[in-house]
Write a protein that binds this ligand. Structure first.
Ligand SMILES: *[C@@H]1O[C@H](CO)[C@@H](O)[C@H](O)[C@H]1NC(C)=O
Ligand SMILES: *[C@@H]1O[C@H](CO)[C@@H](O)[C@H](O)[C@H]1NC(C)=O
Ligand SMILES: *[C@@H]1O[C@H](CO)[C@@H](O)[C@H](O)[C@H]1NC(C)=O
Ligand SMILES: *[C@@H]1O[C@H](CO)[C@@H](O)[C@H](O)[C@H]1NC(C)=O
Ligand SMILES: *[C@@H]1O[C@H](CO)[C@@H](O)[C@H](O)[C@H]1NC(C)=O
Ligand SMILES: *[C@@H]1O[C@H](CO)[C@@H](O)[C@H](O)[C@H]1NC(C)=O
Ligand SMILES: *[C@@H]1O[C@H](CO)[C@@H](O)[C@H](O)[C@H]1NC(C)=O
Ligand SMILES: *[C@@H]1O[C@H](CO)[C@@H](O)[C@H](O)[C@H]1NC(C)=O
Ligand SMILES: *[C@@H]1O[C@H](CO)[C@@H](O)[C@H](O)[C@H]1NC(C)=O
Ligand SMILES: *[C@@H]1O[C@H](CO)[C@@H](O)[C@H](O)[C@H]1NC(C)=O
Ligand SMILES: *[C@@H]1O[C@H](CO)[C@@H](O)[C@H](O)[C@H]1NC(C)=O
Ligand SMILES: *[C@@H]1O[C@H](CO)[C@@H](O)[C@H](O)[C@H]1NC(C)=O
Length: 443
């Protein structure tokens, strides 16, 4: 008996251990907390993405406006991923928003929107429109062809337990969207993305390497392949350690470019179309060749100004490091990595990231007012194009809603005009929850 019961205990402990270990593995699957939305897909359906093998869901549960379309057959080319075959288009309303729920306030997220026009509306007129993250401007989306796959990506801190992605009609065609993705990031990554500002990706290059994303990058960042004719691509099969500030994947760091001699600088350049744009420029480097210590040394210059304040860069073998700079220069940017005079080897660059620093300074409406007015909208089937924040930005505030900021600068709903709203059902106590409401007009 004694022995049997001990054996039972042991089995029980082993069983617990198995459950514990397996739930740990499950909960550590990075993709579990991803939100993958295939816009325009029939309600409640899902598809498995051929590119990432992730499951994408219909956008139906994330938005209640818009019309679904398929891209034109002409653009359904061989090998096109399923996620690009459908779009949701927004002919009505200036602002239409997706709501991504079950997030945590204060956490950091990467959000990406992709647009495959594919002449879905048979108008051969690719549109231009704005995209906002909540109450803040994110980017202007310029679609120039039917074939292209433009995307825009932002790294931002959530201020509440949801994020809204809004497409804004700026009178240059009907906004639409093909794919919407959200990936959680540890708050320690990309420290320049915080509650005051977000980072909009301008470029992310796997220098000397291939195009890659999830699962090669557990955060599903998209790394574009990049090299130049005058550069030499190099690679190693040994892994490079993880850096704690950007978590650049080893596979990205294992490839790099060098120039052909120490007197050749490694150059990159780009043009900004707005000379007030503030750029965050990040250089990722690691030694990946078998060389004697300290034989490769270089400096980084941006428009002639040295980036490092003190010593030159001496990359450590298979150990990552980075240099960064925040610049608002003229609209031309010329970056140069130059070997120091005593370096016997040319400069090296493994990866490069470039972001536009975008203010996240909009103050959302008082959350109690937002909840109440959304309840009113849902419960009474209000037929107005109410989407996004009710008050902010002012020029996009909801029709029939007037707001005033309270003493702590937080916008509050002060009047509600429900005339011609198609309001049905009894007027309930819910209006009482709008504690700053001064006037209410109902039909
Ligand atoms: C994580 O999820 C992906 C996609 O669902 C799946 O392919 C992969 O096998 C999972 N990995 C683990 C370790 O469970
Ligand atoms: C989708 O699922 C929801 C909830 O199960 C259901 O109410 C709705 O009718 C479904 N829609 C379609 C088009 O099947
Ligand atoms: C857009 O507005 C028009 C005219 O008001 C209406 O007929 C149509 O049903 C609306 N479409 C959607 C998708 O809301
Ligand atoms: C955001 O800005 C405010 C006001 O300028 C400042 O007090 C605060 O420290 C900033 N927060 C971060 C994370 O930079
Ligand atoms: C990236 O790879 C694709 C496919 O191999 C190639 O066509 C393209 O030229 C490459 N781009 C750059 C900038 O190297
Ligand atoms: C890496 O490994 C592959 C296959 O084992 C080999 O073909 C390649 O030459 C190796 N590359 C380097 C840089 O050592
Ligand atoms: C660059 O260096 C090589 C040898 O490393 C030398 O032959 C060549 O003359 C140099 N070119 C210039 C422009 O200095
Ligand atoms: C340039 O950027 C600033 C700040 O974001 C903005 O106010 C301005 O309208 C932009 N100018 C142009 C020409 O886009
Ligand atoms: C960048 O380089 C180009 C071409 O060499 C040059 O015309 C331009 O003036 C440079 N811009 C700056 C800001 O140095
Ligand atoms: C190269 O020169 C720099 C000063 O320009 C010096 O700090 C560094 O130690 C030198 N490196 C070697 C390997 O001599
Ligand atoms: C309420 O809105 C309607 C239009 O929807 C307008 O005609 C009416 O004057 C508004 N009432 C007040 C009191 O502002
Ligand atoms: C009004 O607020 C109360 C208390 O916060 C809450 O229980 C109730 O659900 C709210 N009603 C509506 C319609 O939002």
């Amino acid at each position: 008996m004694e022995v049997a019961s001990k054996r039972m205990d042991l089995w029980f402990i082993l069983l617990l251990l198995v459950i514990f270990v397996s739930t740990r593995v499950d909960s550590q699957n990075d993709s579990d907390s991803f939100i993958n939305i295939d816009c325009g897909l029939a309600a409640n359906s899902t598809t498995v993405d051929e590119e990432t093998k992730l499951t994408f869901v219909s956008d139906d549960q994330f938005i209640d406006t818009g019309v679904n379309y398929k891209i034109a057959p002409k653009y359904v080319t061989n090998g096109i991923y399923t996620k690009y075959l459908t779009v949701r288009s927004f002919p009505n309303g200036t602002r239409n928003c997706y709501t991504l729920r079950s997030l945590s306030a204060g956490s950091k997220y990467l959000v990406r929107a992709t647009f495959k026009y594919g002449n879905y509306d048979n108008k051969n007129a690719p549109p231009t429109f704005d995209i906002h993250l909540g109450v803040n401007y994110w980017d202007t989306v310029v679609i120039s062809t039917s074939e292209g796959l433009p995307y825009t990506e932002i790294i931002a801190t959530a201020t509440s337990d949801y994020l809204q992605v809004c497409l804004i009609n700026t009178n240059h065609g009907t906004p639409f969207i093909s794919v919407l993705e959200l990936r959680p990031l540890e708050t320690t990554l990309y420290e320049d993305a915080n509650s005051n500002q977000s980072l909009v990706t301008y470029a992310r290059l796997n220098v000397g390497g291939d195009y890659l994303r999830y699962p090669d990058d557990p955060y599903d960042r998209i790394w574009q392949n990049y090299t130049k004719g005058s550069w030499t691509a190099i690679a190693t099969n040994s892994s490079v350690q993880r850096d704690t500030d950007f978590a650049t994947p080893s596979i990205v760091m294992q490839t790099a470019a060098i120039t052909s001699s120490t007197n050749q600088s490694l150059d990159l350049s780009w043009k900004s179309d707005n000379d007030t744009t503030e750029f965050l420029i990040v250089f990722h480097y690691s030694e990946i060749q078998n060389i004697p210590p300290n034989t490769r040394q270089f400096d980084i210059f941006i428009n002639g100004q040295r980036v490092q304040k003190f010593s030159s860069i001496v990359p450590d073998k298979l150990y990552p490091d980075w240099a960064s700079s925040i610049r608002t220069d003229n609209t031309d940017y010329n970056v140069s990595l130059k070997a120091t005079s005593n370096s016997t080897l040319p400069p090296i660059l493994n990866a490069f990231e470039l972001f536009v620093i975008t203010p996240a300074t909009g103050i959302p409406t008082y959350s109690g007012d937002v909840t109440t007015v959304n309840n009113i909208k849902a419960n009474y089937h209000v037929k107005k194009d109410w989407s996004g924040d009710p008050c902010v930005p002012t020029k996009l505030s909801w029709t029939g809603v007037t707001c005033t900021s309270d003493s702590s600068n937080i916008p509050r709903i002060t009047t509600l005009n429900l005339s011609y709203s198609g309001l049905t059902g009894a007027i309930a106590s819910s209006f009482g929850n709008l504690s700053s409401l001064k006037s209410l007009y109902v039909p």
